[in-house]
Design a protein around this ligand. Sequence first.
Ligand SMILES: CC(C)(COP(=O)(O)OP(=O)(O)OC[C@H]1O[C@@H](n2cnc3c(N)ncnc32)[C@H](O)[C@@H]1OP(=O)(O)O)[C@@H](O)C(=O)NCCC(=O)NCCS
Length: 218
Amino acid sequence: MDIKNANNNLPSSPHRAGQAVPVRELHAGYRQEILNHLLQLNDDDRRLRFGTQTPDEVIARYVERLDFNKDVIFGVFDLNLKLIGMAHLAYLPEHKGQARAAEFGVSVLPEGRSQGLGTALLERSAVHSRNTRIETLYVHCLANNKAMMHLAQKAGMTVEYAYGDADACLKLPPANPGTIVEEAANEQWADMDYALKENLKRSNQAWWWFFGRPDLAR
Ligand SMILES: CC(C)(COP(=O)(O)OP(=O)(O)OC[C@H]1O[C@@H](n2cnc3c(N)ncnc32)[C@H](O)[C@@H]1OP(=O)(O)O)[C@@H](O)C(=O)NCCC(=O)NCCS
């Protein structure tokens, strides 16, 4: 079977094949990938993600200031290890007598949309929030962000609209052994998935170095 035919047998959208989406927790070593991901969002997507026009310099400063010791960044990688989806779970300052809360922000590159990646990033963030004693999860977004509103409502969030903005909020039950195991299993699966993609990428590169890159357009 040649490479072209082998590729024809792969599902066009691997995440639609019914498996769980491998969502990985990212450390500071992924700052460059995070920056590359966000810079690929067009003006409209940046406005939906950050609530305002967001030039490249502002994105660069945002990424530079990400505090991986305080907040959590989750990522989903495609077959070429490109960061195709990411979520920032930002822990809000604690106030005495108030529930501990976190804010969720997410982006998926256009080629990865409508395959469940946004949902998987939200689910993983909600489970991680429960496991770290967060009681309320917020998403702040523009009221015309239909995809995010749909995602939030599907996850059971209540949505309040005011002055063109929408605040979605999810009350989270406490962690239990099930949520701890769920998160550990997802992280392990994501590590394994990443290692497989890394090996595949390396062997493809070695193959192409010997024989040249296949011309898939033929
Ligand atoms: C919002 C966003 C993260 C969704 O990512 P995604 O990977 O496509 O999400 P999913 O595939 O899990 O789910 C999207 C759902 O929205 C639905 N949807 C997409 N566009 C829609 C629209 N215009 N109106 C209503 N629903 C819409 C999809 O059909 C899908 O629903 P389903 O799961 O019931 O079939 C992505 O569109 C994005 O990055 N947008 C730009 C940044 C942004 O808006 N971030 C959110 C603010 S923090």
